[in-house]
Design a protein. Sequence first.
Length: 43
Amino acid sequence: MKVLEYGASITFAGIACTSATDGVRCTHGDRYFRISSDSYEFG
């Protein structure tokens, strides 16, 4: 299983994701989503 370490980023198909201690945030243009072990958010 691949793991995105804290502070690391990956981009695939125009979606950029960054991992942090408070969750993973992914963006595509002006849209985003953030997921963590206890919550999620869309914008």
